[in-house]
Ligand binder design. Structure first.
Ligand code: FAD
Ligand code: 2HG
Ligand code: ZN
Length: 453
């Protein structure tokens, strides 16, 4: 019965959208139905790959009329199972990857308008040679799309300086779950004309509509840079150094950290040369970008720490690899379980002490964006035995108990929907449901993501 339904959905949609949009080829569709880690998978009735905002609008209107769930997808690098369908085979996966035009680069305002399927790497290439660049950066840059990054309110490596996606999106064009198209792409920096729809769609994870284009704020491209790894005794020490850096170093571009297990994985799995003679308990990466000489305060920060520094672009990239490539190194061990959390900075070290004593977190690798209090707790190779145990509940419960957020930057997705109540009150959840009902009255947009189905 399910196959008949899937077939009829696919053929009705193909008839509504015309040639070349809908794929029913299992070999093509398979890669859309499993996430980057291999932990989350499902089945779709078909995959739709619209080329224009008009095709997206036609698709959503068809889905509203036929009560057909839609699962938007960009680069499929999300880590919480929000971009892959459930197992029912009754939803249409909407890939925006073909909507990949950079519509405008405005070098006067320092802004760009992109279609949702433009990858971060493609935007970087479009801006090469300009005095501007995009302020949000992350390791999945070659696949992650700006639409997906907005939909997850992605953070990344420079939140400390430039904020998450929401702070860098000035306007959106989207097809809401009502089928209506909203578009506000002028990019006026000051524009208090009513509710902030762009802000609302950032972090909505495909549950309110499909984002089709974005107006982005750009930031000056700094010509000079310095990256330095400092060996720290423990997380408490690393937090102290990070706070001193935030108070004293002008032009701070990143404050990232890895524990000894993360550093060992990167070195062993990827064959990178040893960063230090002896792997320290925690290593802190302090990055500076600006014009001219790095500030003296950086030298004072380094003091008598064991350290490794690099100034040119090649050294910068090779030093960053020890932080950026932890995800890739962990993936080589097997399907991982991942927790992306924020802790209040003053309680972060205590959280790491408690996680080290928690049997559910045995074998954990801890790393992240220390300047933002954002830690990634990965359990390498433990993603396959993921249903029916209480590991997720114990770790996320510990985070909430320490006053933290169960999702720092990756979103709630399907993975954390059952745990959202740890951070949000019944009143907040009721407000979320009201917003969802207003913009997606028939509930077709990514059901089961953020709010449990
Ligand atoms: P997808 O995975 O395709 O989708 C993610 C969510 O957004 C889903 O819920 C989907 O339904 C929704 N969505 C996608 N496109 C649209 C659209 N056009 N309209 C509406 N909804 C949509 N994340 C960080 O925040 N910081 C990091 O530093 C970081 N580093 C990473 C490094 C690696 C190696 C990997 C694999 C991932 C990393 N991520 C990071 C996670 C991931 O890259 C981000 O969540 C990214 O924003 C997802 O973009 P995407 O295009 O791949 O979205
Ligand atoms: C990062 O900061 C990403 O490298 C991925 O957010 C984190 O793999 C992870 O858990
Ligand atoms: Zn991260």
């Amino acid at each position: 019965v399910a196959t008949v339904t899937a077939r009829s959905i696919a053929s009705a949609l193909a008839a509504a959208l015309g040639d070349g949009v809908v794929s029913t080829d299992p070999d093509v569709n398979r890669s859309y139905e499993v996430d980057w880690t291999g932990r989350f998978h499902g089945r779709s009735a078909c995959v739709a790959r619209p080329r224009t905002s008009d095709e997206v609008a036609a698709l959503v209107r068809w889905a509203v009329e036929h009560q057909c769930p839609l699962v938007p997808q960009g680069g499929n690098t999300g880590l919480v199972g929000g971009g892959v369908p459930d197992a029912s085979g009754s939803s249409v996966l909407v890939s925006v990857g073909r909507m990949s035009a950079v519509r405008d680069v405005d070098i006067v305002a320092g802004q760009a308008t992109v279609e949702a399927g433009v990858t971060l790497g493609a935007l970087d290439r479009a801006l090469a040679g300009e005095a501007w660049e995009f302020g949000v950066d992350l390791g999945a840059r070659d696949s992650a799309t700006l639409g997906g990054m907005a939909a997850t309110n992605a953070g990344g490596l420079r939140v400390l300086r430039y904020g998450s996606m929401r702070a860098n999106v000035l306007g959106v064009e989207a097809v809401l779950g009502t089928g209506q198209v909203v578009s506000h792409l002028q990019g006026l920096v000051k524009d208090n004309t009513g509710y902030d729809l762009a802000g609302l769609l950032c972090g909505s994870e495909g549950t309110l509509g499909v984002i089709t284009a974005l107006r982005l704020r750009l930031v000056p491209r700094w010509p000079d840079r310095l990256a330095v790894w400092l060996a720290c005794d423990d997380w408490s020490h690393a937090v102290d150094v990070a706070t001193t850096a935030r108070l004293s170093v002008d032009g701070l571009d990143g404050l990232e950290a890895v524990d000894s297990a993360a550093l060992r994985h990167v070195q062993e799995q990827l064959g990178l040369p040893s960063l230090f003679d002896t792997i320290p308990p925690v290593a802190l990466l302090v990055a500076w970008a600006g014009r001219g000489e790095p500030p003296d305060a950086l030298g004072m920060l380094v003091g008598d720490h064991a350290h490794v520094a690099g100034v040119d672009a090649a050294q910068w990239r090779s030093l960053w690899a020890y932080r950026e490539r932890v995800t890739e190194a962990v993936a080589r061990v097997g399907v991982p379980r991942k927790f992306d959390v924020t802790l209040p900075l003053r309680d972060l070290a205590e959280f790491t002490r408690r996680i080290a004593l928690e049997p559910a977190a045995h074998g954990a690798v801890v790393f992240g964006h220390l300047g933002d209090g954002n830690l990634h707790v990965n359990l390498p190779g433990q993603g396959e035995q993921s249903t029916g145990d209480d590991v997720d509940g114990r770790i996320l419960g510990l985070v909430a108990d320490c006053g933290g957020s169960i999702s720092a930057e990756h979103g709630i997705g399907r993975h954390k929907a059952p745990w959202l109540h740890l951070n949000r009150s019944p009143e907040e959840l009721a407000a979320f449901r009201s917003l969802k009902a207003a913009l997606d009255p028939t509930g077709i947009m990514n059901p089961g993501v953020i709010l449990p189905a």
